[in-house]
Design a protein around this ligand. Structure first.
Ligand code: NOJ
Length: 558
C-alpha cells in the first residue's frame, strides 16, 4: 500500500466558536486558537481541522457562508488567520479548512443577485423551480425540518435548500459556479493551507429531474438517500481534482452521509482521483443502545471494503454534529475516565485516519440544559418547534431531543475551574457545561492518571508503530457483546487490542493463536493489568494494548 502523510496523521478538530475566546465577547476566535497551539501540539496530533471561519451571518454556525474570501468578524481578521497558519506550520502542525460548497448563505452576493430577477446572469447559480400545482416543486424535506423549498416573492419561484432556508443549494451543473469554487479553493491553497474537509460533498449532484422522494420512515430525513451519491458527483470530484487538488500536497476528507464501502471505494480509490478519505455515518447512525457486534461488523466491513489500497477511511466517534463520544458509547458517570480512555484506544488503533474532536481528550461529556432557551443549534430549535406545534408535550419533546442534540459537543472547551471554565471573560454564546469544575484541562494536566495524559501516551505510541496505521486488521471475537479484541499486523510485528465495553468485569480466554506468544503490555487504562494464565480478567471498561511476539514462546508477565 502506498504510504502517505495523511494516512499516518492524527487530526484534531477545532470548533472555533467554542474553543477559546481571546477578546472577551463570549465567542471563541482565531487568537484564542493561536494561544493554544502549544496545547494542541503537545497532545501529539499532526493536523488541525478548523470548522468554517469564513464570513457568515451564522444561521448554521458558519456553514452558511456569505463571503469565502473573508474571515467572520466574530473570529478575527485575515491577518489573524495568516498568523494562525504560520504559527501552526512553525510547530509542524498542518491546517485543514472546511469547504462548504453545496450551498452558500442567502446573504452571499451571488444569491442576492440570483434572486433579484429571473434573467439575472447569476440566476442559474442556484436551483430555482416554478410551483407544482400551486405548491412546492417536489416533496423533499430539508435536514433542518420542513420543505427543502422556499418560495421567493420577488420572482415567483421556489429555490432549493437541503439545509436551512438561509442556505440555498448551489447549482453545480453550471460550469461558471464550478469555476468560481475552484478559483476560491486555489486561493486558499496558495495561501498554504494543507487541505479541506468537504461538507456534505456527496450531495453536490442532484438527481436528474428532481423526482419526489419515496416515503421514508423518518420524515426528518425525507429523501436523504436520494440527495446523495448521484452519478454526476464523480465527474465533479474528478474535475475538482484535476483543476485544484492534484496541484498541491494536501489532504482531503469528504463528509458523506448515506455511503457504504462500495461508495467509499469510488470516492477514495487512489486511481479514481477524487478524495483521500471519507467520513461515513454508519457508526454514528447506529441505535442509541450500544450494540458492539454491530459496530464491529461495520468497522470490519469498511476495512475489508477498502483494504489493499482500494481506498482509505477515517475514524471518528464524535464531532460538532454528534453527541460526546464518552456519553454516547461509553459511561460518562461512574466510568467516565476509564471509558474515555478505552474509546481513545479504539479510535487510535483501528485502521483509518483518526479524528479527535476538541475536549474529547479531556473526557468532556454531553450537556443537559433545563430549558430550550439555553439551546442554540438550529436543528434542535427547529425540531423542537415543529414537534411542539404538532401538540406534543414540550418537556417530553426536549427529553427526546437532548441525547442527539448537536449542542452536546458545542459547549465551550473547559480550560480550568475559573468562571466560564476559563473559556471567556465575558458571557459565553452558549452555556458552559456545569461539570467544568471537575472536568477541565488544568485539572487533567495536574493528574497523571487523566484522560489527557493517556491520549498523549497513546499518540506517542501510535507515532512509533506503523502497524497501527498500515497493518492488517483482524477481529478475534465478532459476536461477543462486551469484548472487542483485534490484531493489527505488519512486517513481522503484531499488536493486540483488548477492550471491555461494559460496566461489569469480564474474562477473556486467550485465543489459541496467541496462547503461546510472548506479550508485552504497552498501554492500559488501569494502573496494573492483571495478566495471568490463559484467561484474562478485564475490569469495567478496561482497555489494553499489547505487542505480541510473532514466534511462539512462553507467556510473559506484563
Ligand atoms: C454538515 C455540517 O457538519 C453541519 O454542521 C452543517 O449543519 C451541515 N453540513 C450543513 O452545512
Amino acid at each position: 500500500m502506498e504510504r502517505n502523510w495523511w494516512k499516518e496523521a492524527v487530526v484534531y478538530q477545532v470548533y472555533p466558536r467554542s474553543f477559546l475566546d481571546a477578546n472577551g465577547d463570549g465567542i471563541g476566535d482565531l487568537r484564542g486558537i493561536i494561544r493554544k497551539l502549544d496545547y494542541i501540539k503537545e497532545l501529539g496530533v499532526d493536523v488541525i481541522w478548523l470548522n468554517p471561519v469564513y464570513q457568515s451571518p451564522n444561521d448554521d454556525n458558519g456553514y452558511d457562508i456569505s463571503n469565502y474570501y473573508q474571515i467572520m468578524d466574530d473570529f478575527g481578521t485575515m491577518a489573524d488567520f495568516d498568523e494562525l497558519l504560520a504559527e501552526a506550520h512553525r510547530r509542524g502542525l498542518r491546517l485543514v479548512m472546511d469547504l462548504v460548497v453545496n450551498h452558500t448563505s442567502d446573504e452571499h452576493p451571488w444569491f442576492r443577485e440570483s434572486r433579484s430577477s429571473r434573467d439575472n446572469p447569476k440566476r442559474d447559480y442556484y436551483i430555482w423551480r416554478p410551483a407544482r400545482n400551486g405548491r412546492e416543486p417536489n416533496n423533499w424535506r430539508s435536514f433542518f425540518t420542513q420543505s427543502a423549498w422556499e418560495w421567493d416573492e420577488t420572482t415567483g419561484e421556489y429555490y432549493l435548500h437541503l439545509f436551512s432556508k438561509k442556505q440555498p443549494d448551489l447549482n453545480w451543473e453550471n460550469p461558471e459556479v464550478r469555476r468560481e469554487i475552484y478559483r476560491m479553493m486555489r486561493w486558499w491553497l496558495d495561501k498554504g493551507i494543507d487541505g479541506f474537509r468537504m461538507d456534505v460533498i456527496n450531495f453536490l449532484a442532484k438527481p436528474a429531474g428532481l423526482p419526489d422522494a419515496p416515503p421514508a420512515d423518518q420524515p426528518s430525513v425525507f429523501g436523504g438517500p436520494l440527495y446523495a451519491n448521484q452519478p454526476g458527483i464523480h465527474p465533479y470530484l474528478q474535475e475538482m481534482h484535476r483543476e485544484v487538488l492534484s496541484r498541491y500536497d494536501i489532504m482531503t476528507v469528504g463528509e458523506t452521509g448515506f455511503v457504504a464501502p462500495e461508495h467509499g471505494v469510488l470516492y477514495t480509490g487512489a486511481d479514481r482521483r477524487e478524495l483521500n478519505m471519507v467520513f461515513h455515518f454508519e457508526i454514528v447512525d447506529t441505535p442509541a443502545q450500544l450494540d458492539l457486534p454491530l459496530l464491529k461488523a461495520i468497522w470490519g466491513k469498511w476495512y475489508h471494503g477498502l483494504k489493499e489500497g482500494k481506498g482509505w477511511n477515517s475514524i471518528y466517534l464524535n464531532n460538532h454534529d454528534q453527541p460526546r463520544q464518552v456519553s454516547r458509547f461509553g459511561n460518562d458517570r461512574q466510568y467516565r475516565v476509564e471509558s474515555a480512555k478505552l474509546l481513545a484506544t479504539l479510535t487510535l488503533t483501528l485502521p483509518g485516519t483518526p479524528y479527535i474532536y476538541q475536549g474529547e481528550e479531556l473526557g468532556m461529556t454531553n450537556v443537559c440544559f433545563e430549558t430550550i432557551d439555553d439551546y442554540r443549534d438550529i436543528e434542535m430549535l427547529n425540531r423542537y418547534a415543529e414537534q411542539v406545534a404538532a401538540g406534543r408535550d414540550p418537556q417530553t419533546v426536549l427529553a427526546g431531543l437532548r441525547p442527539k442534540c448537536r449542542d452536546n459537543s458545542r459547549t465551550p472547551l473547559q480550560w480550568d475551574d475559573s468562571p466560564q471554565a476559563g473559556f471567556t471573560s465575558g458571557e459565553p454564546w452558549i452555556k458552559v457545561n456545569p461539570n467544568y469544575p471537575a472536568i477541565n484541562a488544568a485539572a487533567a494536566e495536574a493528574d497523571p492518571g487523566s484522560v489527557l495524559h493517556y491520549y498523549r501516551k497513546l499518540l506517542r505510541l501510535r507515532k512509533q508503530t506503523p502497524a497501527l496505521v498500515y497493518g492488517d486488521y483482524r477481529c478475534l471475537d465478532e459476536a461477543d457483546p462486551f469484548i472487542y479484541s483485534y490484531l493489527r499486523t505488519l512486517d513481522g510485528e503484531r499488536f493486540w487490542v483488548l477492550l471491555n465495553f461494559s460496566d461489569q468485569p469480564q474474562t477473556v480466554a486467550l485465543p489459541d493463536e496467541l496462547r503461546h506468544s510472548r506479550r508485552e503490555l504497552l498501554l492500559a487504562n488501569y494502573p496494573e493489568a492483571e495478566n495471568c494464565g490463559a484467561v484474562l480478567p478485564l475490569r469495567p471498561w478496561e482497555a489494553r494494548l499489547y505487542r505480541m511476539a510473532m514466534e511462539s514462546g512462553s507467556a510473559e508477565r506484563a
